[in-house]
Design a protein around this ligand. Structure first.
Ligand SMILES: CC(C)(COP(=O)(O)OP(=O)(O)OC[C@H]1O[C@@H](n2cnc3c(N)ncnc32)[C@H](O)[C@@H]1OP(=O)(O)O)[C@@H](O)C(=O)NCCC(=O)NCCS
Length: 124
């Protein structure tokens, strides 16, 4: 049974500007080391960072509003062999999913030069 769905759309240019303006501090607060390594290894890092940021936001929309001070790093986009993304939850994200009775988490990403989107579906 589907117990939650969330979607988010991000402006890639705005992410690029934030990464340039705030530098590594912002990047390291939001993204895990593995996410950073993947995105920075790509030709257009801001597109991949944007899609991952959208996935974190989409997860919180799907699960319900998070408590104060949630860490966006508690929701991580991993890549399976072949490139399919999957979400790995930790900390408060894992606890919130547990309260909702989530047994499966599905994510899909898409991005262009200007926009990035993510959709998250939670199965209970
Ligand atoms: C892999 C594929 C889905 C990427 O699609 P795209 O339109 O080039 O790129 P999008 O921006 O929409 O999506 C990119 C995201 O797809 C996701 N993705 C990659 N491989 C995937 C896979 N096998 N399954 C699901 N999602 C995948 C990734 O999250 C990627 O983002 P990331 O690199 O930041 O992690 C696409 O190249 C593909 O293989 N499609 C299969 C169907 C097909 O052949 N269509 C063409 C004829 S209609």
């Amino acid at each position: 049974m589907i117990v939650g769905i969330g979607t988010d759309l991000l402006d890639v240019g705005r992410m690029a500007r934030e990464l340039a303006r705030q530098g590594a501090g912002f990047r390291d607060d939001v993204f895990t080391l593995a996410e950073i390594a993947y995105c920075e290894g790509m030709g257009q890092p801001a597109q991949h960072f944007s899609a991952r940021f959208a996935a974190k936001e989409a997860f919180w929309k799907a699960v319900g509003p998070g408590p104060e001070g949630v860490s966006l790093k508690d929701v991580e986009v991993e890549r399976e062999a072949g490139g399919r993304p999957r979400l790995v939850l930790q900390g408060r994200a894992l606890a919130a999913a547990g309260r909702l009775g989530v047994r499966g988490v599905f994510v899909s990403l898409s991005h262009t030069t200007t926009l990035a989107s993510a959709t998250v579906v939670l199965e209970g």
